[in-house]
Design a binder for this molecule. Structure first.
Ligand code: GDP
Ligand code: IMO
Ligand code: MG
Length: 417
């Protein structure tokens, strides 16, 4: 294990824990930053020369010119969002050429995925980001996604597209939507997109990443979403369509789990969630604490701009997601946001059928009532005693040391323990 310098940053909640900010900080001397799952549903915020940058697909190490940024096989990539991101970065003087790379095995999100996502979510009510994530992952597991490598094989791509459009157009018709033309899509993919991706495509990512890890290169794997949005282990059906926990990394890059040295689980000092689904510690929006967290924490979705729901930090479910991921350390973000609240709470137990329990399970989430069992007098500044007690209460009730504490959105607003 000693020869490895590999870390993964994973969200332990419902996403938006501040993963991007942490990756940006950790990447200052990284050789490689690699995204391994999710797609443009992610919104990772970093600051570059004082300017806010929200990255949806590009790994958050992009502002370090010496870092290779890699997009892995299990990511679903919208080529147009990707292009826009590159243009924006280049305008800021951040060169992507030769160091922003996409695996040839990465699957593409196309317009029919986005259309179907919107039509389906109107009926299903999950509150998706409408970026085409669900339909794109259906194609991936259905063994019919268009991968970057397909763009360079026009003949077999035509056959594949014919089969895909046979089904997609039937579905779109059923939803009363316009259908897609085979020749037009084929032209777009094999001419415009093939040329574009020829500058970014990277073959044989599995050998590359394993050799880099074995030779002691500093590699950061950037998680997206959070454990409670995992397609199996999260609050199903109110989840995303990919695996968001540690296994997704080994699946995506074909790297063995024992090669991952640091597993950094990220939590905020309070909880948030965008979209529908259970949230045991949610604070009703008419309470001033909710308004404080929402406004001071600027809790609006980085991808959709929707107001995020807010609640107190739920420690039993942190223990649960930390357990599933085997975290070796925890990063706590947004501690600064709590300053100025008259009373701060933490949840460490629930009422279930009239009984007090301190164990979370995903299957009982709809019946769990938060007991909000710990209360702390508010503080104006997080150097005050009460804030320290709050921090210690978290540390005492999570299974790994808190090694990083973020106290502001900028790179250096960070305390290391
Ligand atoms: P991610 O999806 O996990 O990368 O998180 P997002 O970028 O979607 O959301 C986190 C938000 O909180 C962004 O607006 C960040 O700029 C901001 N942020 C991150 N860490 C801190 C912090 O410690 N304090 C404050 N006030 N804001 C933070
Ligand atoms: P980052 O990486 C917060 C949520 C959506 C919705 C559900 C399904 O920035 O933490 P999808 O479009 O994925 O099918 O939507 O998942 N969701 C996120 N919430 N942060 C994210 O990513 C999210 N990615 C998806 O809001 O509830
Ligand atoms: Mg986000």
């Amino acid at each position: 294990m000693d020869k490895y310098n590999t870390s993964v940053v994973l969200g332990l909640r419902w996403g938006d824990e501040g993963k991007g900010k942490l990756i940006d900080w950790l990447a200052q001397d990284a050789d490689i930053v690699a995204r391994f799952q999710g797609g443009p549903n992610a919104g990772h915020t970093i600051y570059y020369q004082g300017q806010k940058l929200i990255l949806h697909l590009t790994p958050s190490g992009i502002t370090n010119p010496n870092t290779i940024c890699l997009i892995g096989p299990e990511v679903v990539l919208d080529p147009f969002i990707f292009m826009k991101e590159i243009i924006k970065l280049e305008k800021l003087g951040i060169s992507c050429q030769g160091r922003l790379l996409v695996s040839s095995q990465t699957s593409l999100i196309l317009d029919y995925h986005k259309k179907l996502d919107a039509c389906r979510d109107a009926k299903q009510g999950i509150g998706t980001t409408k970026k085409g994530i669900g339909p794109a992952y259906e194609d991936l597991t259905g063994r019919k996604s268009i991968m970057v490598s397909d763009l360079f094989q026009p003949r077999s791509l035509k056959d594949k597209l014919e089969m895909i459009l046979f089904e997609k157009n039937a579905l779109l018709k059923a939803y009363g939507q316009r259908t897609f033309d085979l020749d037009k899509i084929h032209f777009l993919l094999t001419q415009e997109l093939a040329e574009f991706f020829s500058n970014f495509v990277f073959f044989d990512v599995v050998n590359y990443i394993n050799e880099a890890a074995d030779s002691g290169k500093k590699i950061l794997f950037e998680g997206a979403q959070g454990a409670l949005l995992d397609v199996i282990q999260g609050t199903v059906p109110y989840v995303t369509s990919s695996h968001t926990i540690i296994g997704a990394l080994t699946n995506s890059f074909g790297i063995a789990p024992q090669k991952i040295k640091r597993i950094i689980g990220v939590i905020k000092a309070y909880d948030t969630r965008v979209g529908s689904g259970p949230f045991p510690t949610e604070i009703p929006t008419d309470q001033t604490a909710a308004q404080h967290l929402q406004q001071v924490g600027k809790e609006f979705g980085s991808t959709t701009g929707r107001a995020r729901r807010v609640g107190w930090l739920d420690l039993p479910s942190v223990r649960y997601t930390a357990m599933m991921n085997g975290v070796t350390e925890i990063a706590l973000t947004k501690l600064d946001v709590l300053s100025g609240l008259p009373l701060v709470k933490l949840n460490n137990s629930y009422l279930l059928n009239g009984q007090l329990i301190d164990k979370f399970s995903i299957e009982s989430i709809n019946e769990l009532q938060s007991a909000n069992s710990m209360e702390f007098a508010g503080w104006k500044n997080f150097s005050e005693k009460s804030s320290k007690r709050f921090f210690e209460a978290i540390q005492d009730n999570v299974p790994a040391p808190i090694k990083l504490v973020s106290i502001g959105p900028h790179r250096d607003d960070l305390i290391q323990f």
